[in-house]
Design a protein around this ligand. Structure first.
Ligand code: COA
Length: 259
C-alpha cells in the first residue's frame, strides 16, 4: 500500500505523490489514513518548510473518493471511509507551513477538496475541476461546501456545488479557484518558482501570516486584528526578524533559520 503514496524530500520541501494513476489517484481509505499520518509528521518536522501534493500520471490530479471501494458498503458502515477522507483533508489543511497542490490533471470531489485544503493551486492547461457529488447521490463532505465559498464566493460556489458542474481550468482561474494555469510540462518549474519565492521569506513569518489570514477570515474585523497582533508578536521576537533587518541594512540576501 505504501507505494500508493510516494514521498520525496527535495531540500526543505517534501513532495507527496498520490500514486494510483490507474484509478485516477482516487482516495482509498488506506491512502487517506496514510495522508493524515503524513500530514501530521510533516507538520511536526522542523526541517520541513513546505509541502507539495501532486498526482501521478497525466490524466488526473485526483478523482476524489474511491467510488469502487465504497460501492457495496452499506451507508451505516461507511463512516470509517467518510471520516478517513475528511480527516486526511483536514490534516493537510492543518499544516501550518505553506502547502501547494501541483495539479497535474483534473480534480473532482475529494480531489478538489484536497487541492482547496492547500494554500496554492497550480494546474496544467486542459484539465477541469468539479465538486460532482450531487450527481452521485451524495454531497461534498470533506470541506467542499465550506472551503469553496470562502475561496470564490457563495454565488459561484452554489453554481458549482448544487449543479455538480465540472468547469474548465481556465474558468477556475478566472474565478480565483486556482492561482496559476501552466502548459503541461511546466508544472514542476511553476511549483519550483513558488518554492524559490518562499525560500526568500522567513519561515516563521510565513507560518504566522498564514495563521492570521485563516484564523481571522471569518471573524469581525476587530477580532481579526487582534489575532493579527498576536501572530505579529511572534515574528517580532524572532531571530529571523533581526536577520531580516541586518540583511536589509547590509544590502545582502537574508539567511533565515526559522527561529
Ligand atoms: N474512484 C475509483 N475509481 C475511479 C474513480 C474514482 N473516483 N475515478 C476513476 N476511476 C477509475 C475508473 O473506474 C477506471 O477504472 P477501470 O480502468 O478499472 O475501468 C479508471 O479509473 C480510469 O477511469 P476512466 O473514466 O476510464 O478514465 P478517464 O481518464 O477517461 O476519466 C475521470 C477520468 C476522473 C474524468 C473519470 O473517471 C471520472 O469522472 N471519475 C469520477 C470523478 C468523480 O466524480 N469524483 C467524485 C467522487 S465523490
Amino acid at each position: 500500500m505504501s507505494e500508493h503514496i510516494l514521498v520525496e524530500r527535495r531540500g526543505t520541501t517534501v513532495w507527496i505523490t498520490l500514486n494510483r494513476p490507474e484509478a485516477r489517484n482516487a482516495l482509498s481509505r488506506a491512502v487517506n489514513l496514510r495522508l493524515a499520518e503524513l500530514a501530521n509528521e510533516l507538520e511536526h518536522d522542523p526541517t520541513v518548510r513546505a509541502v507539495v501534493i501532486m498526482g501521478a500520471g497525466d490524466k488526473a490530479f485526483c478523482a476524489g473518493a474511491d467510488l469502487k471501494e465504497r460501492k457495496g458498503i452499506p451507508a451505516a458502515e461507511s463512516a470509517p471511509y467518510i471520516n478517513a477522507i475528511s480527516t486526511a483533508i483536514n490534516e493537510i489543511a492543518a499544516i501550518r507551513k505553506p502547502t501547494i497542490a501541483a495539479m497535474n490533471g483534473s480534480a473532482y470531489g475529494g480531489g478538489l477538496e484536497l487541492a482547496m485544503a492547500c494554500d496554492f493551486r497550480i494546474a496544467v492547461e486542459g484539465c477541469e475541476v468539479g465538486l460532482t457529488e450531487v450527481r452521485l447521490g451524495i454531497m461534498p463532505g470533506a470541506g467542499g461546501t465550506q472551503r469553496l465559498p470562502r475561496l470564490i464566493g457563495e454565488a459561484r460556489a452554489k453554481e458549482m456545488i448544487m449543479l455538480g458542474r465540472r468547469i474548465p481550468i481556465a474558468r477556475a482561474y478566472e474565478i480565483g479557484l486556482v492561482h496559476q494555469v501552466v502548459p503541461v510540462g511546466q508544472l514542476h518549474a511553476a511549483v519550483e518558482g513558488i518554492l524559490t519565492e518562499l525560500s526568500g521569506c522567513a519561515p516563521l513569518s510565513v507560518i504566522h501570516a498564514k495563521s492570521a489570514l485563516e484564523r481571522g477570515a471569518n471573524l469581525p474585523l476587530d477580532q481579526g486584528l487582534e489575532i493579527e497582533q498576536q501572530c505579529y508578536e511572534v515574528t517580532l521576537y524572532s531571530e529571523d526578524r533581526d536577520e531580516g533587518l541586518a540583511a536589509f541594512a547590509a544590502g545582502r540576501p537574508p539567511v533565515y533559520q526559522g527561529r
